[in-house]
Design a protein around this ligand. Structure first.
Ligand code: GLN
Length: 304
């Protein structure tokens, strides 16, 4: 039996004393108010035992982590048709780069870069009656937690400064890969990114990716094949141009967000979330990556 409590406490202690914590994302003004010293880590295993250290019960902006959730909902709604509009190759580029999109005629490299997630948002808007509400309900259902919600302030803040995402959406529109209007799609996208969760909540939402599509309450939302594909995309694309480094150091499928969160999982074993708002140069949580490297090295558990 692995002593997760001791391991998580050691990781937390190391993180608290670390001098170089990375930089807060300031391009979304509302995120710049967060204390760089926050650090939380939470793990849930397949038997639903939970282990925690630090600020694991404090809510933060999950940002791009939400892209895995919109991808999951879209796959459950339209299945493989999605791949006509988004590819599944790592981009090797930062999350917000536009050059490949133009080169590849408006087909985003994968659903976890911004352009890909914007196409996914467009499909959800076409398919759902009340897109934002239905998306939120999906997340509340898979986690069994009705308290999860959007943060209107963060959504509004990103709307005011989201010029790069407006550029991506307009480019997609010019290639015919956006059916709804740019403002409607970005309103959805900014809201999905504004979802706030604690590390503990994140592990419960992502439990289904560790548990072959079955949520904490044992209800099935995704097929085993869909979960395989989603985990493969997380592994190859979840950290943008640092996906190789994350696979190399941590060895788990996972996803980061510029709010400083990372969630990662070992299929059929555990799901873990970290929060440390300081980012490295590639936009991924600096201490979060180090923490997960320690976890998989100490416990000798990874997909490899
Ligand atoms: N909402 C952010 C953006 O579109 C998400 C980026 C991220 O978390 N990597 O820029």
């Amino acid at each position: 039996m692995i002593d997760y409590t001791t391991i998580l406490n050691t990781i937390h202690k190391e993180a608290s004393t670390s001098k170089s914590k990375g930089e807060i994302a300031t391009y979304i003004p509302e995120l710049s108010k967060i204390d760089v010293n926050k650090f939380g880590i939470h793990l849930i295993d397949k038997d639903k035992n939970e282990f925690s250290s630090g600020d694991a019960q404090e809510k933060f902006s999950i940002q791009s982590i939400s892209k895995v959730l919109s991808l999951s909902l879209v796959l459950s709604l339209i299945g493989e048709d999605l791949w006509k509009r988004v590819d599944v190759e790592p981009s090797g580029d930062p999350f917000n780069h536009l050059s490949l999109l133009e080169l590849e005629n408006g087909i985003p490299r994968n659903p976890l870069i911004n352009a890909g997630a914007i196409v996914v948002a467009d499909i959800l808007i076409s398919k759902l009656k009340n897109p934002k509400e239905n998306f939120l309900t999906f997340i509340q259902d898979i986690s069994g937690d009705k308290s999860i919600n959007f943060d209107e302030k963060v959504a509004q803040s990103e709307k005011e400064t989201g010029f790069n995402n407006y550029a991506a959406a307009n480019l997609l529109k010019s290639y015919g890969n956006l059916k709804n209007d740019v403002d409607t799609v970005l309103d959805f996208y900014f809201h999905q990114c504004s979802l706030t969760m604690t590390c503990a909540q994140l592990t419960k939402v992502f439990f289904i990716f560790m548990n072959r599509g079955k949520c904490l309450q044992n209800k099935t939302y995704l097929t085993t094949s869909q979960v395989k594909r989603i985990n493969a995309i997380m592994l190859t694309c979840g950290f943008y141009d640092e996906a190789g480094e994350f696979a190399f150091e941590v060895g788990l499928p996972g996803k980061s967000g510029v709010g400083g969160g990372i969630v990662a999982l070992l299929p059929n074993h555990f799901c873990v979330a970290t929060w440390s708002p300081g980012l490295n140069k590639k936009g991924n949580s600096k201490l979060g990556m180090l923490a997960l490297e320690r976890l998989t090295t100490e416990t000798q558990q990874s997909i490899f």
